[in-house]
Design a protein around this ligand. Structure first.
Ligand code: IYR
Length: 224
């Protein structure tokens, strides 16, 4: 038998009954179903330790060959937030005025979005997620990463869940193109901007569109 170089340890599984499993799965769905993306943030501060725990939670995500090809840049510095807002609005202005298709603009109507992004300055934290298309070894050698986008996407899903669990709100914002984040945050050349996520409390009277999630029949197919 092939013996792996990797040291294996016993997996510590928390066993629960089928009844508890059913109960917990339902409670978890109901809780996750209360999460909404918000666009109106409160300036109320959020302690750095909370953001640290949220980032550590995100980094529990699985990744290709366990390369963990992500970096979470946590920005609370007001000057840097303003710089990010200015650059994002410049791109978004172009998007809304010339780059987005008629269909796209029509699809966004229910969300009442536009090129103005005040939340980038108001939210106490911006978590800027970068994926690492490769790693750089000590000797400057390129080291491969695998399934980079899938891995970063998984980590961001877990990040959003951790934010919700911490009683906070977020917006998965995707200004496009977002190369300005590389220069503003002075990131190395192996990193690609993935998502820009303002995090904080909802502003007073914060409203969200009356959206409905697709029912199980439309999001699943069963082969029993
Ligand atoms: N990135 C633009 C447009 C936008 C695109 C999608 I897809 C959205 O769900 C919402 C907005 C913006 O942030 O305004």
């Amino acid at each position: 038998m092939h013996m792996s170089e990797e040291k294996f340890i016993l997996y510590k599984h928390t066993n629960i009954s089928a009844t508890e499993s059913l109960y917990k799965s339902e409670i978890n769905f109901k809780w996750m179903n209360t999460r909404r993306s918000i666009r109106e943030f409160s300036p109320k501060p959020v302690a750095r330790e909370i953001i640290e725990n949220i980032i550590k939670s995100a980094s529990t995500a699985p990744s290709g060959a366990h390369k963990q090809p992500w970096v979470f840049c946590a920005v609370s510095n007001p000057e840097i937030k303003s710089e990010i807002r200015r650059a994002a609005e410049k791109e978004e202005y172009e998007n809304y005025h010339s780059r987005m298709s008629e269909e796209w603009l029509e699809d966004l109507k229910p969300f009442d979005t536009n090129w103005k992004k005040p939340f980038l300055e108001i939210a106490p934290w911006l978590i800027v997620v970068f994926s690492k298309s490769y790693d750089i070894g000590n000797n400057g050698k390129k080291l491969n990463n695998y399934y980079v986008k899938e891995s970063a996407g998984l980590a961001c899903g877990m990040l959003l869940n951790a934010i919700h669990n911490a009683g906070l709100c977020a917006l998965t914002h995707t200004p496009s193109p977002m190369n300005f984040l590389i220069s503003i945050l002075k990131r190395p050349k192996n990193e690609r901007p993935f998502l820009l996520i303002p995090v904080g409390y909802p502003g007073e009277g914060c409203k969200v569109p009356d959206l409905h999630r697709k029912p199980l029949e439309l999001i699943s197919a069963w082969y029993e």
